[in-house]
Structure formats: structure tokens, C-alpha cells
Design a protein around this ligand. Structure first.
Ligand SMILES: NC(=O)c1ccc[n+]([C@@H]2O[C@H](COP(=O)([O-])OP(=O)(O)OC[C@H]3O[C@@H](n4cnc5c(N)ncnc54)[C@H](OP(=O)(O)O)[C@@H]3O)[C@@H](O)[C@H]2O)c1
Length: 264
């Protein structure tokens, strides 16, 4: 996937949310060993250092995020530099969410604009390969653009079968913003879906592979997490394509999983 600034990004990422620091090194080593070329971490996962400690990051695209509670220019720069120290290089830096997680829905746009100005300066100074947001809606991305003339290059959103965030999805496609699909398995809940299971039988694949392929075939970049070697390996074995008819059918499904309090 080529970003709007020409930077190339792998079309599938390894997620590390809820991987304890003590397990992050082994999981990321397994992921890289089996061919993942992107690791998605965040300061708030508390595992940045461990994610890269066992791997040669030369050929791995490193994504991390500014914790959602920091909404000033200076905090953005300070925390970017702390993450950079731990990771060695940052290919993509994201604002984790438009509001602190414990104050969802709060209007923090003035702060987000200050943070976005810091991100633009870090990018212009060549300290990071690409910049973007996570969990942002179209009006919020619009405001960043109007204030700085710079669109987010990526929006990482909660996206899976039955949870397409169609307004945000369409806005990103229209504006050439790459969509990273987080929780492509709905944090595993989607694996119990009867529709997904039937599709897996049809393609002779696992439900997880259907969910991951769905993201790829709808032009998003799935970020999938596992700590189990067999699953890590199988989740990358998605070299097949869903038929247009099946994509249409999966697109028509209603939310089947999780009403967790994330933005959906
Ligand atoms: N930007 C944001 O706000 C945000 C929010 C949430 C997530 N994310 C990112 O997106 C990544 C993925 O999302 P996620 O962690 O919510 O969930 P996910 O990737 O949708 O699902 C992971 C869950 O499914 C299980 N699993 C994985 N592969 C499997 C397989 N082949 N068969 C059966 N079970 C399988 C995992 O268990 P095991 O580990 O036991 O295998 C884990 O419980 C995160 O790690 C993080 O990097 C970003």
C-alpha cells in the first residue's frame, strides 16, 4: 500500500495490544520470523521497547501512537521522542484517539490541532516517515486539515465484518487516507459468527483468515494480534481472494460482535 506521501507500507500488520511486556519480545520475534513486515504498538501498551528488542527492525515498518490523553504541542514532541528512543525508528506515528479513553466524546479538537501541528513539524523535520490518526471521524480529520493544510496519511479504525464505519471509510478512500483495520477479528468475537464460519468452509480457510482477507479485499490494512505461533503463522497465510459476491454479502452483514465502548 502506497501512502499519499509515497511511503510504502505493508498490507498486513502484527498487533501488540494486550501483549504483556514480558511476552512482547517473543511474540514479535515469532511474527517477524513468519514474515510480518509491520509491528503496531503504542506508548500506552507499555511494550514498545520489548516489541523491537529481539528483532532487526531494518525491514520492519514500525507504528506507534501518542497516548490519547496528551493534547498539547509540547507533550506530543516529548512523548514522540520517548517512543523514538525505545523503538529506534518510527515509520508511522498516530494520535491514538481524539479524546482521552476515560472521556470519550469530549471535544478536544483544539488540543488535537496543537498535537497535529507538532506531528507536522516532526514529519517536516524528517523524524518520522508518516503521520496519521486513529479512531477519528471525518469532521475531526477535516478540522486537522483546515488548521494545517495537512491531511492525516493514515486513519487506524476499528474495522471488521459487520463493523465497517462506512462514513469514515468513504471519507478516507475519497481523501486517499490509508485505512488500518484494527481488531479485524473483533478481538476474536467474530470467529464465532455462523456467517464467517460458513464462508471459511466455502474457501477451505479458517474463520480468522476470512476476516483478515475481508479487510485486505476491501482496501484496508488489517492489524491482527496473537501470541500463539500457529495462529501468528496462519493469520499471514491469506494469499487468496474473496469473490465480489461474497464481499457484497459480508458487507451486508449487521454488527454481530462486541458492543464494547470503542468508537465504531
Ligand atoms: N488504535 C486503537 O485504538 C486500537 C484498538 C485496539 C486494537 N488496536 C490494534 O489492533 C490489533 C489487533 O486488534 P485486537 O488485539 O483487538 O484483536 P484481533 O486481532 O481482532 O484479535 C485478537 C484475538 O484473537 C485471537 N486470535 C488471533 N488469531 C487467531 C486465530 N487464528 N484463531 C483463533 N483466535 C485467534 C487472539 O488470541 P491469542 O493471542 O491467544 O492467539 C486474540 O484474543 C491490536 O493488537 C492493536 O495493535 C488498535
Amino acid at each position: 500500500m502506497k501512502l499519499m506521501n509515497g511511503v510504502e507500507m505493508p498490507n498486513i500488520g502484527f498487533g501488540t495490544w494486550q501483549i504483556e511486556p514480558k511476552d512482547a519480545k517473543a511474540s514479535c520475534m515469532m511474527a517477524v520470523k513468519h514474515g510480518y513486515k509491520m509491528i503496531d504498538t503504542a506508548e500506552s501498551y507499555g511494550n514498545e521497547e520489548e516489541c523491537v528488542s529481539g528483532i532487526d527492525t531494518k525491514d520492519v515498518f514500525i507504528v506507534t501512537k501518542l497516548p490519547a490523553q496528551y493534547k498539547t504541542y509540547d507533550e506530543a514532541v516529548i512523548h514522540f521522542n520517548e517512543s523514538l528512543k525505545k523503538l529506534g525508528r518510527i515509520d508511522l506515528y498516530l494520535i491514538h484517539a481524539p479524546w482521552p479513553w476515560n472521556e470519550q466524546g469530549k471535544d478536544c479538537m483544539e488540543g488535537n490541532i496543537m498535537v497535529w501541528k507538532a506531528f507536522c513539524d516532526l514529519y517536516k523535520a524528517g523524524k518520522v516517515g508518516a503521520i496519521g490518526v486513529s479512531n477519528f471521524h471525518p469532521d475531526e480529520m477535516d478540522m486537522l486539515y483546515k488548521a494545517t493544510g495537512v491531511m492525516p496519511m493514515v486513519n487506524q479504525i476499528r474495522y471488521f465484518i459487520g463493523n465497517r464505519q462506512i462514513d469514515t471509510y468513504n471519507y478516507c478512500i475519497k481523501n486517499n487516507i490509508a485505512i488500518m483495520a484494527y481488531s479485524p477479528l473483533a478481538t476474536s468475537e467474530l470467529l464465532e459468527s455462523e456467517e464467517v464460519k460458513k464462508m471459511a468452509v466455502k474457501y477451505n480457510k479458517t474463520p480468522a483468515q476470512i476476516c483478515i482477507r475481508y479487510c485486505i479485499d476491501t482496501n484496508t490494512i488489517p492489524v491482527v494480534k496473537s501470541t500463539k505461533e500457529e495462529r501468528i503463522k496462519a493469520n499471514l497465510d491469506v494469499d487468496f481472494k474473496l469473490d465480489d459476491e461474497d464481499i457484497k454479502y459480508l458487507n451486508s452483514l449487521k454488527p454481530q460482535a462486541s458492543t464494547r465502548p470503542y468508537r465504531s
